[in-house]
Design a binder for this molecule. Structure first.
Ligand SMILES: C[S@@+](CC[C@H](N)C(=O)[O-])C[C@H]1O[C@@H](n2cnc3c(N)ncnc32)[C@H](O)[C@@H]1O
Length: 286
């Protein structure tokens, strides 16, 4: 890293720690990369006037946190991937949807296209929650018939779970240890009368859920984004896997048990139907 880059990074990270300065710091970071395709308005936002695009690195979101403890940077989910997973679920009108690491709220907005009892999001970064709250107001104005979006600032590790059945969403937001803690908590909260689905886009820590008694695979797919969304995300397709715990007996979708293989160590996985479930565990994991 050149000295100039290091100085800019230091100045932005410092600004992001000051009250009310996270959003200006994000905007300044985006201006440094005007040609980056992720920074352009995402097609998803054009109709609603929302802002769910762009990329915010970890060092701006959580300045001062060591890399081992950090969650993922901000990048919005691939809407088609979330839609494919939500369309695989049974009737969810009594379920609460919770996006753990909701960022600017793109997955919450996709969830509002479906019937949910409540749609919640929890996000560490106050700057991103402020953007998500503005997006929520725009969606409510354009679609008063949809379930209200409720983003809040907090740590996903300790979020209060609403009563009743749940659909948890996670777009590779956390390191392995945190995925484990959250999944264990959810498995303990599930019961025959309380079904919990765990929708995981880019399921880098899939092996944690596969190994946890109580969770079983429900759905798995590799989903392409739409033509107009090409070049606006890390890839033009993404893998999504859904697990379930508790609830009534149900038959999983064909192919739900497919294996996954790592594409970028610690950062990306893709569905690989040729592999059996349980294959694709990184060799570095004991
Ligand atoms: C890949 S983005 C996902 C954005 C959003 N879920 C979506 O799909 O559009 C991951 C987000 O998780 C957030 N995050 C990371 N660790 C977190 C934690 N412990 N609690 C809450 N949010 C966290 C990051 O700040 C980042 O905004």
């Amino acid at each position: 890293m050149t000295q100039v880059k290091r100085a800019v990074r230091f100045a932005l990270a410092r600004a992001a720690r000051m009250p009310g300065m996270q959003r200006p710091a994000f905007a300044a970071f985006a201006r440094l990369f005007p040609d980056q395709p992720w920074q352009a308005t995402h097609p998803f936002d054009r109709g609603l006037g929302t802002d769910t695009g762009g990329f915010v690195p970890q060092w701006l979101l959580q300045p001062g946190v060591t890399e081992a403890d950090q969650g993922s940077p901000y990048a919005g989910c691939q809407p088609e991937c979330v839609r494919a997973a939500l369309a695989s679920l049974p009737d969810t009108r009594n379920y609460s949807f919770i996006d753990l690491g909701c960022g600017k709220g793109r997955a919450m907005i996709v969830a509002s296209e479906y019937s949910f009892h409540a749609i919640l999001g929890v996000e560490l970064s106050g700057g991103l929650v402020a953007v998500a709250a503005r997006n929520a107001a725009l969606v409510a104005r354009a679609h008063p018939e949809r379930t209200r979006l409720q983003p809040m600032q907090g740590d996903a590790a300790g979020v209060a779970l609403p009563d009743g059945p749940l659909v948890i969403f996670n777009y590779h937001a956390f390191p392995r240890a945190l995925v484990g803690r959250i999944a264990e908590r959810l498995a303990a909260a599930a019961s025959p009368g309380r079904e919990i689905f765990y929708v995981y886009e880019n399921p880098v820590c899939h092996y944690v859920l596969d190994a946890l008694p109580g969770f079983t695979r429900w759905f798995a797919a590799k989903v392409a984004c739409t033509d107009e969304e090409r070049g606006r995300s890390p890839g033009d397709e993404d893998t999504v896997v859904v697990w379930r715990a508790g609830g009534p007996p149900r038959t999983a979708h064909d192919g739900a048990d497919a294996g996954l293989r790592e594409t970028v160590p610690g950062w990306g996985v893709e569905l690989h139907p040729g592999l059996a479930s349980g294959a694709g565990i990184p060799t570095s994991i004991g």
